[in-house]
Ligand binder design. Structure first.
Ligand SMILES: *Cc1c(COP(=O)(O)O)cnc(C)c1O
Length: 382
């Protein structure tokens, strides 16, 4: 069986995890936690980087930082992971879902303005597959209406839009180190990026259970106490040590993923030229990180048949997301604004193929061969 994903593993993780264990300090913000944060500060050129237990946790911190209150409205695509919405719903917000663009599967920036009301507080663009949203336009709208921009860059580590790293363009950015992402901190993990100095001090407090513990450790206050709302949002040192083993090899992992992506693309071009499938589109102003390789087939029925066919042949391909506005909680806590021209239709056509660090050329050849067999050998003549 070719799995859909294998968590990235470079071989250095064990050494660092053992080092962390033997150091006698395995709670958050230890030696490796600080090393990782420094790496992100340099790579992303941001004001502050905080490791968190997940991207979900980083998004929850964002909701607290912008003071989301009962009745506030947050604009986002319906085609996203539940955490993008949950983080704000937890604080009483109502979600306004807008349509996506069919080319990138990202929020359609031309549909955002129509969803803005007096209650709108923030726009949350999701950089699907690590390909940037049209951020210039989104920032322009946010400025006009005085809104916050929080980037869900869960899939976007090392990607960029107009040479700016994803996650560093809006006020705040959230990344994931879940085992399915390009880099992992041992299964679960995340990162909050602060691009606006206003949020730095409060982010430290929210992350430390609502206390000024970080200031205490820096000698800025003589005892620490409860000063604000907060929760437990530090990544533990074992996870940070694992992550460090990956960051050291970040370039190598990225290069290999891009090679696999390009190999898939070239091998499947013929099927696109014959209008049997569509391949991903990377806008010219975006540099991507090969987080995902997907194809789009004609309709839901073809997708179901293709996924089954691949599974019978030992290949685990998957689909996601069921648009949030059609889910029970999405209907309860959100509302779709405007026409659903692409969200449902495009999400039903999408198939994600296996792509992970270590996937071989031979395996990609096998997968592509089976996809071709499906379309050329098993499809009835229309
Ligand atoms: C993976 C993912 C998340 C959640 O990340 P966790 O680290 O598992 O909390 C959120 N948003 C998007 C778009 C994702 O792909």
């Amino acid at each position: 069986m070719i799995p859909f994903n294998k968590p990235p593993h470079t071989g250095n993780e064990e050494k660092y995890v053992l080092e962390a264990i033997n150091s006698g300090k395995i709670s958050g913000d230890g030696h490796f936690g600080k090393k990782c944060e420094k790496w992100f500060l340099e790579k992303l050129n941001c004001k502050k980087a905080f490791l968190t237990p997940s991207c979900t946790a980083a998004l929850e911190m964002c909701a607290m930082l912008i003071d989301v209150k009962e009745g506030d409205e947050i604009i986002m695509p319906s085609y996203t992971f539940v955490s993008t919405a949950n983080a704000f719903v937890l604080h009483g917000a109502k979600i306004k879902f807008v349509d996506i663009r069919p080319d990138t599967m990202n929020i359609d920036e031309t549909k955002i303005e129509a969803a803005i009301t007096e209650k709108t507080k923030a726009i949350v663009p999701v950089h699907y597959a690590g390909v940037g949203c049209e951020m210039d336009k989104i920032l322009e709208i946010a400025e006009k209406y005085n809104l916050f921009v929080i980037e869900d860059a869960a899939q976007g580590m090392t990607s960029s839009y107009k040479n700016k790293p994803l996650g560093t363009i809006g006020h705040l950015g959230a990344f994931s180190f879940h085992e399915t992402k390009n880099y992992t901190s041992g299964g679960e993990g995340g990162l909050l990026i602060i691009n606006d100095n206003r949020f730095v001090e409060r982010a430290e407090i929210i992350r430390e259970k609502g206390t000024n513990r970080s200031q205490f450790f820096r000698g800025m206050v003589d005892k620490y106490t409860w000063v604000d709302i907060g929760s437990s949002y530090l990544m533990n040192e074992i996870s940070a040590a694992y992550l460090w083993g990956q960051l050291e090899e970040a370039e190598k992992i990225k290069k290999e993923r891009l090679k696999i992506w390009e190999y898939y693309y070239q091998a499947l071009r013929k099927l696109q030229e014959e209008n049997i499938i569509s391949l991903p589109i990377i806008p010219e102003n975006c540099e991507h990180n090969a987080h995902m390789f997907y194809i789009k087939v004609n309709d839901l029925e073809t997708r179901t048949n293709l996924l089954n066919y691949l599974k019978e042949n030992g290949i685990l391909a998957v689909f996601h997301y069921v648009p949030l506005h059609t889910s029970p909680a999405g209907r309860k806590y959100g509302e779709y604004v405007g026409m659903d021209n692409f969200t449902t239709r495009e999400s039903e056509r999408l198939v994600r193929l296996p792509l992970y660090y270590g996937l071989t050329k031979k395996e990609v050849d096998f997968i592509v061969g089976k996809i071709k067999d499906f379309f050329y050998e098993t499809e009835p003549i229309p």
